[in-house]
Write a protein that binds this ligand. Structure first.
Ligand code: PLP
Length: 394
């Protein structure tokens, strides 16, 4: 098929040309004398992306799931109590990981479309006067439902109750796209992956740990080897890794962080909001609901769209791909067949987004959903013009 695929899934995302070129380098010696000059400044700049001064960043050759495992296995012991909420496929899987690692995992069931259940978290933590709960888990941006939860609100509950549990945040589809402030929000472990906001190929699990989380490694009894913070800390301090790092991806990460910091993180967040809002206006014009139940929960990286009863959302996704070379996200787990997802994170621009929205309209019609062709595109166009940064300056 001529032309290029329109990749509008919420990760992997498009790789900017600059990052692709930065990775087009011959393989090199990872023990060469000047390698620390690449590694040490990168760790420092990554801290800016996580919003931390005191935290320690770890780069593992893994995907986001490996980052989860690193965060958990370095800080907890078998049988430790963990509080998690299941409100989408990713928050579900994180809880499953905890169970499989032998933690006493409390899963709060939440209707999909809502976020972290603050009142339930408060009740459960308030009842835990003996502080047996060691870990509180929150999926910042639930990529399955397009729901963003408030991390400061969870922090506020822990502070108010003076509960010492560590706060773990899955930021895989959030960090590098929407506001994330590790220190200000009192996050103890933050997890990111390379193939979403960092606009890289899959292959890096990036974890940031607070000093409190780092201290927890001294008592944490869960088994770990590949993901052991201790080995990383020892080597990283001087700019090395305890085993062969994914050097090609690390070149890409260097360029990715350059791009994010050159644009400025607040501009990056504003750009994600703008494209998300364009998408939401298109969805509204089609007359379709979002899976997210409340505007306060809307995700600026992915919109999950509910199709009318009797329509199979997989058909929409498949037709978009087969007929128009447009890749949309499938509905996952509990919402499979009922929703499809439009990823609007990373490297994209106005006209790419409008192209994708026009493809969605055609695929919806092809699948038997009554939408007016051009209606969503027009709504998005109006917003993109009205909110254009150049316009504000005039
Ligand atoms: C993609 C994603 C993950 C899983 O990451 P992998 O890189 O696929 O292992 C975890 N959490 C969230 C919120 C995600 O979007």
């Amino acid at each position: 098929m001529p032309g290029r695929n329109h990749l509008f899934i919420p990760g992997p995302t498009n790789i900017p040309e600059r990052i692709r070129r930065a990775m087009d380098v011959p393989l090199e010696d990872h023990r060469r004398a000047d390698y620390p000059q690449t590694v040490l400044p990168l760790f420092e700049d990554l801290k800016t992306v996580f919003g931390t001064k005191d935290g320690k960043v770890f780069i593992f050759s893994a995907s986001g799931t490996g980052g989860w495992e690193a965060a958990i296995s370095n800080t907890l012991s078998p049988g430790d109590r963990v509080l998690n909420a299941r409100f989408g496929h990713f928050s579900h899987l994180w809880g499953e990981l905890c169970k499989r690692l032998g933690l006493d995992t409390h899963i709060e069931q939440v209707e999909w479309g809502y976020g972290v259940p603050l009142e339930r978290y408060r009740e459960i933590l308030a009842a835990d006067t003996a502080h047996t709960i060691k870990a509180v888990l929150v999926t910042h941006n639930e990529t399955a439902t397009g729901v963003t939860s408030s991390i400061p609100a969870v922090r506020a509950i822990l502070d108010e109750l003076k509960h010492p549990a560590l706060l773990y945040v899955d930021g895989v589809s959030a960090i590098g796209c929407i506001k994330f402030q590790m220190d200000e929000w009192g996050v103890d472990l933050a997890v990111a992956g390379s193939q979403k906001g960092f606009m890289l190929p899959t292959g890096l699990g990036i974890v940031c740990a607070s000093q409190k989380a780092l201290n927890a490694r001294h008592t944490a009894q869960l088994k770990r080897y590949y993901f052991d913070f201790e080995d990383m800390l020892k080597s990283n301090a001087a700019g090395w890794f305890p085993y062969t790092p994914a050097m090609t991806l690390i070149h890409g990460l260097r360029e990715s962080v350059n791009m994010l910091l050159e644009e400025g993180l607040t501009n990056v967040y504003a750009r994600h909001y703008r494209y998300a809002e364009a998408t939401r206006r298109a969805v509204k014009a089609w007359g379709l609901p979002l899976c997210a139940k409340d505007p306060a929960l809307y995700s600026d990286t992915v919109s999950t769209v509910v199709v009318p009863a009797g329509i199979d959302s997989n058909l929409v996704v498949n037709l978009a791909y087969e007929r128009y070379n447009l890749s949309l996200g499938m509905g996952l787990a509990d919402v499979a067949g009922k929703v499809f997802r439009i990823g609007h994170l990373g490297d994209l621009n106005e006209l790419m987004l409008l192209g994708a929205l026009s493809g969605v309209e055609m695929a919806l019609q092809d699948a038997g959903v009554e939408v007016t062709l051009g209606s969503g595109v027009a709504a998005a166009q109006a917003w993109l013009r009205e909110s254009h940064p150049a316009r504000k300056a005039v």
